[in-house]
Design a protein around this ligand. Sequence first.
Ligand code: HEM
Length: 419
Amino acid sequence: MMAKDAAKTRLAPKPDHVPQALVYDFDMYFDPGLVADMPARVLDLARNAPPIFWSPHDGGYWMICRHDAVARAAREWEVFSSDHIAHSAQMQAMGGAKIDMSNVVQPVPIMLDPPDHSKFRAPLNAAFSPKTMLALKDRIRSLCANLIDKAKPNGACEFMSEIAEPIPVQVFLEIFGLPLERQAEFRRIAKEHLSQSFGGLEDSQRKLREIVDVMQDTLVDRMAHPRDDVISLLAQAQVDGRPLTMHDLQNYCVLLFIAGLDTVVNGMGHGVRHLAAHPGLQDELRANPRLITEAAEELLRRHTFLAVIRTVAKDTIFEGVTMKRGETVKLGYPAADLDAEEFPNPDRFDLNRDNKAHFAFGAGPHRCLGSHLARIELQTLYEEMLARLPTFRLASGKPVTYRCGPVIGPRELHLVWDT
Ligand code: HEM
């Protein structure tokens, strides 16, 4: 049976090369099971969906859920390309439409394939190194502490808006040297950005332009007057022996905006929801805070919340499945991290697993550049929540529902504790 909300998605007819047995009803944006209970629905996908399936939703796409197949696809960039805009432009050009690529906002390096990808990734490595990120830890701790202390006397909070959202947004504004007084505007755009399905190149360009516009004054200023922040560092960087243009700088900043804000907020939501639902785990971590680093990793594995998108660059037979050039493929990291072949009893939170190598930060050439920063933000938040609040629980009568898409996170998370 098709999802009830099918009217909101673009349903595609099944192509002839897709066997009926591989068609599976899963809408990444509106799947009712995912919206109502993401941890249960992703487990259901891992257990019961075909390991590689074709969904008619959102224009039609393949989804790979099996762990070893996802690992393979993530590395085979010649077949599973990230250069969606070039492929989309080629397809449109074949239909007669012309696109001026010099004016297209293209988040880099995430939408590039090697060898260009490595050239554009290089300048970001220093900016996001473990050492640079560790220097932010005290600042992040004081941000977490202030927000938690503010909520504490109330005995309750809506965690996503009161605590999770402000932290990464403020960290981002500070390290990028963007104006703090525009926090609300940045939070709104970050929140809206990944909440809707992209309706093709034109629609995605409109959304990306909105992000460029909100940063443009600062980009112009830092090109002319560099300071001690990430935008200035990038403005002075070179790619392939040439200085960066304003267009390059916009492409970098758009990606960092999308990648840095929404992801961490959602990661915090999944982790804190799990802790709130498991008071015994809170007791264990309060008694032994040194376990929090490991716990943050196991929370990421159990609730991996990001599925990444690739375009099939050439006709291929992948793991016995025929895929055609131009088709969309989603690497189902959330389901792959619940593959029982790789992680026995995958739904169990288990600090003693032999295998701790999860896909939350991806795999292959595009593996997350911000993982050091994300880990510091997540670990510090859990440390401060556990140290400053008594046992916190999920508020009764306010079930958690999920905002879905390539990045999945709780819409609201109501917590209560004794005062
Ligand atoms: C819990 C938080 C985060 C999660 C779960 C996450 C996850 C991911 C994943 C799965 C990818 C791979 C994308 C792909 O293969 O197409 C990725 C890439 C990336 N992430 Fe993160 N991310 C997080 C936080 C951050 C932060 C805080 C930043 C920096 C501000 C960041 C910057 C990036 C960048 C620049 C890339 C692209 C790397 C490339 O293309 O080479 N991420 N992230």
